[in-house]
Design a protein around this ligand. Structure first.
Ligand SMILES: *Cc1c(COP(=O)(O)O)cnc(C)c1O
Length: 335
């Protein structure tokens, strides 16, 4: 495990100033990566996309935007659970992750000590899901597949038993950042839980190789559909050529591109945000080149839920210091 800026010297092109700046940022937002993930970088490229996604930069400090613009914590009827849509809930089962992505939308949780749900909290969540007749339960984190096996097993098998639950979605980055941690034991559990779909998180074509492919293959073989959520990141993947390659490769390995998100206006993350138009421009270019099967929805998140901009073309206006989105009659301002 790499846990300090100088640990990355064997993997990234780094000068003294970058290391020093990295140390400074670490006291606010720590650094962490698997060696595997860092090894995907090109050591001779100072602008390497993997480096940009995991190595801290000074731009993370002094940003004057919210830490939780989507009010996940205010819309939490029971601990660890966010309920924004009638039929779907989001459950954050841990804040631990083997890789700390610099653009993480839940960067606010990095400052808290490590938490993992226990049996009591799981029972509360399960009761809530039953009572509200929820259809689709999203399990996220942190890295949800990093939690203790017994807890994961308890949660998934309890959810499987609930009649109203048709879908259990697990948002995991293991195939991308640590494919060897997706063990046969975990995959068998996902198969046994029957209702599981996996959403994974590839952002760049260099993340697709024999190792990540093998992890995906194991999931597919276990009958687990795999979809992908990409974040549009300035200086990493914000051009049509890179995303065309990414989405075609994903389709090739039977992973359906599900969402392309505009990077969220979250504190410590906002330097990765492109304009909203940038994503639209890219998607319009890709629409002419790729099958709709290889085209994700392009969306922005708001505290009222996600707004799909492509292919639907939702209404929004340019406003002072940002954008106004109309979500079910409410005007929502995003920087
Ligand atoms: C994204 C999200 C969902 C799931 O939305 P889909 O559009 O169905 O993928 C559910 N709850 C919350 C709080 C979310 O942020």
């Amino acid at each position: 495990m790499l846990g300090s800026p100088s640990d990355f010297l064997p993997f990234f092109s780094l000068n003294r100033k970058e290391i020093d700046d990295g140390e400074r940022v670490c006291s606010e937002y720590p650094v962490r990566s698997t060696e595997y993930y860092a090894s995907l970088a090109d050591r001779n490229n100072p602008l390497d996309p993997i480096k940009r996604m995991v190595f801290p930069s000074l731009s993370e400090l002094s940003q004057f935007v919210s830490e939780d613009p989507f009010k996940e914590e205010e819309q939490s009827p029971v601990p660890f659970l966010t309920h924004k849509y009638p039929d779907r809930v989001l459950v954050i089962i841990t804040n631990y992750c083997p890789v700390l992505c610099r653009y993480c939308m839940r960067k606010r949780n990095w400052k808290r000590s490590t938490f993992v749900i226990g049996q009591k909290e799981t029972d509360e969540i399960v009761n809530y899901v039953k009572e509200k007749r929820i259809r689709d339960v999203l399990i996220s984190g942190g890295e949800p597949l990093s939690v203790d096996f017994q807890i994961l097993e308890y949660l998934l098998l309890k959810l499987k038993e609930i009649d109203t639950v048709d879908v259990i979605r697990i948002g995991t980055k293991l195939p991308v950042v640590a494919p060897y941690l997706l063990t046969d034991r975990i995959v068998s559990l996902l198969e046994k839980a029957e209702k599981v779909w996996v959403n994974t998180h590839f952002n760049h074509p260099v993340e697709i190789n024999n190792y990540s492919c093998e992890a995906v293959r194991k999931l597919l073989k276990a009958g687990v559909p795999v979809n992908n959520q990409t974040v549009l990141l300035k200086g990493v993947n914000d051009d049509a050529e890179t995303l065309e390659k990414l989405f075609s490769l994903l389709q090739k390995i039977k992973v359906r591109p599900y969402y392309l998100f505009r990077c969220d206006p979250v504190k410590g993350v906002f330097h990765f945000a492109t304009s909203v138009e940038k994503g639209l421009e890219i998607m319009r270019t890709l629409k002419k080149k790729l099958s709709p099967l290889a085209l994700p929805y392009y969306a922005v998140d708001t505290f009222k839920g996600k707004v799909i901009l492509f292919p639907e073309g939702a209404e929004y206006k340019k406003a002072k210091d940002g954008y106004l989105f109309n979500v079910n009659g409410t005007d929502i301002h995003l920087p």
